[in-house]
Write a protein that binds this ligand. Structure first.
Ligand SMILES: NC(=O)c1ccc[n+]([C@@H]2O[C@H](COP(=O)([O-])OP(=O)(O)OC[C@H]3O[C@@H](n4cnc5c(N)ncnc54)[C@H](OP(=O)(O)O)[C@@H]3O)[C@@H](O)[C@H]2O)c1
Length: 318
């Protein structure tokens, strides 16, 4: 396994075909295929979070996934502080569709109504300390993935939600619109608005949303799976054996499998540890030979994501 750190590259002058293994298109930017998912920073003291984010950027991360509702704005505030000097170099993707509610299950309440989406975008702008968010994912609560569910007046027509986000994009408040936790039919319905990415639950062992990935493949839409290391991937015997053979860590095998599985894939693994961060970025250098890949492909869908309970140490919050 190569040990040199992954360096940021000059995307403006690099033809796409020259760096397709390392970078991929997200909105109008070519980002490193391994970004950083900031949700785990909810559990990390602020200074430690800032140091980790700065280390991530140093190592080549130029895509950070977040939400205002992570830590009631605290994660966004840490990102705003950590990246104050590098704002233009790092694509920030946030999400709307839920809001922080300490008394609720998972500390989250649905916020699906158009005016609530606008309010969450405003909250994100404030906590990140920016006047524009590069990419905002609309997190639906009816797509079948894990997390809280919408009911009553929180069951909102997708077109009404997209209209609200399209207005914000038109005004320049957000750069691009993405979708999260959607079905293939919802993705198709949203296509006329212009969809930069889909962020659904997907990993080596939970491929329930393969039809949504197929749609992204066919339309060349970025696929940003959440819980890339969830569902017990790093403890699965086949992954452990592949890691041993490949001289990589189990996490790297899980991530490298995802990267090789579909060229539109961009990863946002979460971690609280600098060593894991480094390891995860180097997943782009991990080569799974044909036999190993075939064996991992053959595991198929091991888990149906029909609810909140997963065979994983890190349970979903959103
Ligand atoms: N759209 C949505 O609904 C939604 C839902 C959930 C999450 N997300 C986004 O997706 C991102 C990823 O999700 P996630 O962080 O919950 O799950 P994840 O990336 O699948 O896994 C994170 C877990 O894996 C561990 N880990 C990371 N790298 C490792 C390594 N190299 N070796 C061993 N263990 C490793 C982390 O522990 P350590 O801290 O010990 O490394 C952490 O417990 C989130 O940060 C968030 O941005 C989106």
């Amino acid at each position: 396994m190569p040990t040199k750190p992954t360096k940021p590259t000059d995307t403006a002058n690099t033809p796409p075909e020259a760096d397709a293994d390392v970078r991929g298109l997200l909105g109008d930017r070519r980002v490193h295929r391994v970004g950083y998912g900031a949700m785990q920073l909810e559990h990390v003291p602020r200074q430690e979070a800032i140091a980790l984010l700065r280390r991530a950027v140093e190592l080549g991360v130029d895509h950070v996934d977040t939400a205002h509702f992570y830590g009631a704005g605290a994660v966004n505030e840490a990102i705003g502080s950590a990246l104050a000097q590098q704002r233009d170099g790092v694509l920030i993707a946030s999400k709307v569709g839920a809001t922080h509610e300490p008394a609720a299950e998972y500390g989250l309440a649905p916020a699906q109504r158009p005016e609530q989406l606008r309010a969450e975008v405003e909250a994100n702008l404030r906590s990140l300390g920016v006047d524009r968010i590069d990419l905002v994912n609309l997190r639906r609560l009816d797509g079948g993935g894990p997390g809280i569910r919408a009911s009553g007046d929180q069951v909102v027509d997708l077109d009404d939600q997209l209209a609200a986000l399209a207005d914000l994009r038109q005004a320049g408040t957000i750069g691009h619109i993405g979708l999260s936790n959607v079905t293939r039919a919802q993705l198709r319905q949203a296509l006329p608005v212009g969809i930069a990415c889909v962020q659904n639950h997907y990993n080596l062992l939970d491929r329930t949303d393969a039809p949504v990935l197929d749609e992204c493949r066919a339309r060349n839409i970025a696929w940003v799976p959440f819980f890339p290391l969830g569902s017990g991937v790093t403890a699965h015997p086949a992954v452990l054996a592949a890691a041993e053979r490949t001289d990589a860590s189990p996490a790297q095998v899980g991530l490298a499998w995802l990267l090789g599985h579909a060229p539109q894939t961009l990863l946002i693994p979460g971690t609280t540890k600098p060593a894991h961060l480094e390891q995860n970025l180097r997943a782009v250098d991990v080569h799974l030979d044909a036999d190993t890949r075939a064996e991992l492909d053959g595991l198929g869908n091991r888990i149906e994501h029909t609810g909140r309970t997963k065979n994983t140490a890190h349970e979903p919050t959103s």
